[in-house]
Design a protein around this ligand. Structure first.
Ligand code: 6CS
Ligand code: FE
Length: 275
């Protein structure tokens, strides 16, 4: 079993911090050659003119490309690294598979917002994943600073469980003819959290925007409230996010399942590459 024999990646203090705050930042965790390989792969991944690619509301800027671990062998190899998959096993306490991966571009000057939301409600409502035993592992492919639209969290909000969310009817502008699942991926969130709820929680705990150099890895809980503002800076904020899930907690939605590049059905455990 992976969970038993893999060496600790993050350590007990980091795991304690993650459980308390709902996130943990490991500055510079990814080895330099893996980071360089990912950065070199980005332009080819963004050129993929397929349903995996979601554009910003301007219709011309790439917002996200989903499932790069399924299309790019170099990305797949990094996703098996102990710094990512090994850390996920450490946080989840069980063997893991990849539920979803994506490149979020947050392009310089025009990268759009991500409204306040929790991730797990998408994986519960749209994919039928019964428990929040997943972890977002975000690899900074560019430096994240206060200017280029950093991920912003309400620390501790993961302990609130799934907060009241209202489904947004219809598809956002420019996507009127798209499949329904597109509404889970654009700047107009499908599952919203009421502003009064966010104001109360943030009033108590404040907000945090973890920043760090390229190669940093940010781990965050599927129920933590998070958002990011538009990128008004000349600096891109490209991020690879890999969502690891316990193999005992698969997607069960078989009536109208989302595509495999959004919700994997294959729960074969990741074989973690050792140093
Ligand atoms: O629907 C999803 O799976 C995606 N949507 C959002 C808003 N965040 C999580 C995930 O990448
Ligand atoms: Fe999210």
């Amino acid at each position: 079993m992976q969970a038993a024999d893999q060496l600790s990646v993050l350590g007990a203090d980091a795991v304690t911090t993650y459980r308390r705050d709902g996130y943990f930042l490991a500055p510079g965790l990814l080895p330099a050659d893996d980071l360089a390989g990912l950065r070199a792969a980005v332009s080819g991944i963004l050129a993929d003119d397929s349903p995996r690619r979601i554009m910003e509301r301007d219709g011309t800027t790439v917002r996200s490309v989903y499932g790069p671990h399924q299309t790019d062998p170099g990305v797949a190899r990094v996703c098996e690294r102990r710094e990512l998959a090994g850390a996920a096993v450490e946080l989840l306490g069980e063997s893991v598979y990849i539920h979803q991966s994506k490149i979020n571009v947050k392009a310089a000057f025009v990268g759009d917002q991500w409204e306040w939301h929790q991730d797990y409600i998408y994986w519960l409502e749209d994919d039928g994943i019964r428990e929040p035993h997943l972890v977002n592992v975000a690899v900074f492919l560019d430096e994240v600073n206060e200017f280029n639209g950093p991920l912003t969290f309400v620390p501790g909000s993961h302990d609130e469980g799934v907060l009241a969310a209202t489904d947004k009817d219809g598809l956002p502008l420019g996507y009127e003819d798209a499949p329904e699942w597109v509404s889970t991926l654009t700047a107009d969130e499908k599952h919203r959290v009421r502003h009064e709820v966010i104001a109360e929680l943030a009033g108590n705990s404040g907000l945090v925007s973890p920043k760090g150099p390229a190669g940093s890895v940010l781990f965050f809980h599927p129920n933590i409230l998070h958002a990011s503002s538009p990128n008004i800076s000349p600096f891109g904020r490209t991020t690879l996010i890999v969502v690891y899930n316990r193999i005992s907690n698969p997607a069960t939605n078989t009536t109208n399942p989302r595509p495999e590049f959004l919700a994997a059905r294959d729960v074969t455990p990741v074989v973690i590459s050792q140093p």
